[in-house]
Design a protein around this ligand. Structure first.
Ligand SMILES: [Zn+2]
Length: 116
């Protein structure tokens, strides 16, 4: 379990836990998408096992976005930020974490359906 969590956060292959999933991490400021390797360099596991496989990662991404917005809301309420700015801060945070959410949602999706 601990190794799988570590694998998710290090964005490693869900089967062997050694190969990198992403070739580039992307850059939100330069509008560059993260690029995935097609297969694991170590065990040759094909990451997108069927066309549209990563469509389900959108559900994970949605959950991550909601969790981040709730976290921003709670932090803002604790430090006393005006309600007028909380929505803008939440949207800004989600836009800033867009690349992270993209990568994490795909990796979490793969780990959910590959037992390794
Ligand atoms: Zn692998």
């Amino acid at each position: 379990m601990q190794n799988r969590l570590k694998g998710v956060f290090q964005e490693k292959c869900p089967i062997c836990g050694k190969g990198e999933v992403f070739e580039t991490k992307g850059n939100v400021l330069l509008m560059k998408m993260p690029q995935m390797h097609e297969t694991c360099a170590h065990c040759h596991h094909r990451y997108e096992i069927e066309p549209g496989y990563f469509m389900g990662a959108m559900y994970v991404s949605y959950g991550l976005n909601i969790a981040e917005m709730v976290a921003v809301l709670l932090v803002c309420l604790v430090i006393g930020v005006s309600l007028d700015y909380i929505l803008y801060l939440a949207i800004f945070t989600v836009l800033l974490l867009w690349g992270f959410n993209f990568r994490m949602s795909r990796v979490i999706w793969m780990y959910l359906f590959n037992k390794g």
